[in-house]
Design a protein around this ligand. Structure first.
Ligand SMILES: Cc1cc2nc3c(=O)[nH]c(=O)nc-3n(C[C@H](O)[C@H](O)[C@H](O)COP(=O)(O)OP(=O)(O)OC[C@H]3O[C@@H](n4cnc5c(N)ncnc54)[C@H](O)[C@@H]3O)c2cc1C
Length: 321
């Protein structure tokens, strides 16, 4: 039989890898395994619900499954539902593109109080992808210096997506570094300022020391570069300070500081799983092309493999039908 390639994770990296492979190998079997019941990773659960233009990239990914004979297997967590080892035995090449899912924590006292949420959990709820509803009423304080912090403040002030009917009255974004060091996209900042209509404050050069409150957050204590402390009152806090590796059933942890594209013969790494939580959907496209080229160059497609039909998972599914 022809080449068979398994991709683990249907985020933009997995989908762009499938797209590049399909172009190069029109007859190959390409299967994407996805843990969630629905595909597209952070494009579905992370990108802000009011940024429909960005989310529209999923339409070109839909075509992979509808017209380009890429098989999507949702609801299958590789490492739990099917062993990675089984995949590497059945497919010529396996690509790990599982992302990097957990909110990075501040590591300060009070972080477990009610109404303190990570931006990943906030975005998942806003996108209708599940999880507990963060209470955003009152004054929301967002910690972070990137575009995710901007997204959180805008979604809260607008009551966008699943927050329909609930908005924050005001928002403060606080960054540890200087204004010049902040990674805010000017166009996104402008969009936020328009949505905020005077309800937004930006603060820089403040390091969070501890979160105050009894059961629910009431304030947060910061220190400036001169060592002076300042308490800012708030009704809720969202931390948008990046992402880190979550506990995974795979024998590999995501490589937060970078790894080669080929981990072992026939086993490849891509996207946030390989590079850490940096980069956009556009970067995922280039990554997909790089990984596809590495697979083609590696010579791994010539060995004897059974592909999807060789999986025990396949037997279980046959037995159920
Ligand atoms: C809150 C937020 C907002 C963002 N907004 C933007 C934006 O507006 N524009 C932009 O360009 N970029 C944005 N980004 C960045 C962008 O989402 C990432 O660059 C991109 O999604 C990374 O792609 P990925 O495929 O590597 O990982 P992911 O998108 O995380 O996809 C990984 C997939 O693997 C699946 N998976 C994990 N483990 C397993 C397993 N064991 N078995 C099977 N499947 C598994 C996951 O369920 C997931 O579907 C945002 C990121 C976040 C966090």
């Amino acid at each position: 039989m022809g080449a068979s390639i398994a991709i683990v994770g249907s985020g933009p990296t997995g989908c762009y890898t499938a797209q590049a492979l399909r172009k190069a190998l029109p007859d190959a079997e390409i299967v994407i395994f996805e843990r969630d019941p629905q595909p597209y990773g952070l494009v579905r659960t992370g990108v802000a619900p009011d940024h429909t233009g960005t989310k529209a990239v999923t339409r070109q990914f839909d075509r992979l499954f509808e017209r380009e004979r890429v098989k999507l297997v949702p609801g299958v967590e590789v490492g739990r539902t099917v062993a990675l080892d089984e995949l590497t035995k059945a497919f010529h090449a396996v690509v790990l593109a599982t992302g990097l899912g957990a909110d990075r924590r501040l590591g300060i006292a009070g972080e477990t109080l009610a109404r303190v949420t990570g931006s990943g959990a906030f975005a998942r709820f806003a996108n209708g992808a599940g999880g507990p509803r963060p209470d955003i009423s009152g004054h929301i304080l967002v910690i972070g210096a990137g575009n995710v912090a901007i997204d959180v403040a805008r979604v809260a002030l607008k009551g966008a997506g699943a927050f329909d009917g609930e908005t924050s009255t005001s928002a403060t974004i606080v960054a540890r570094g200087t204004r010049e060091a902040a990674r805010f996209d000017p166009a996104m900042l402008k969009e936020l300022e328009q949505a905020a209509d005077g309800r937004l404050t930006l603060r820089f050069g403040l390091t969070p020391l501890s979160i105050r409150g009894e059961q629910t957050v009431s304030a947060i204590l910061f220190q400036d570069s001169a060592g002076k402390t300042e308490e800012i009152a708030c009704d809720s806090i969202v931390t948008a300070i990046g992402f880190e590796a979550e506990a995974t059933a795979l024998p590999y942890r995501p490589f937060e500081t970078g790894a080669p594209v080929m981990l072992a013969p026939g086993l490849f790494a891509a996207g946030w799983f390989r590079r850490g939580p940096r980069g956009t959907i556009v970067d995922a496209r280039a990554e997909g092309q790089t990984v596809a080229a590495a697979i083609l160059e590696s010579g791994c497609l010539t060995t004897e493999r059974r592909g999807y039909d060789g999986l025990s998972l396949q037997d279980t599914q046959k037995a159920l039908t």
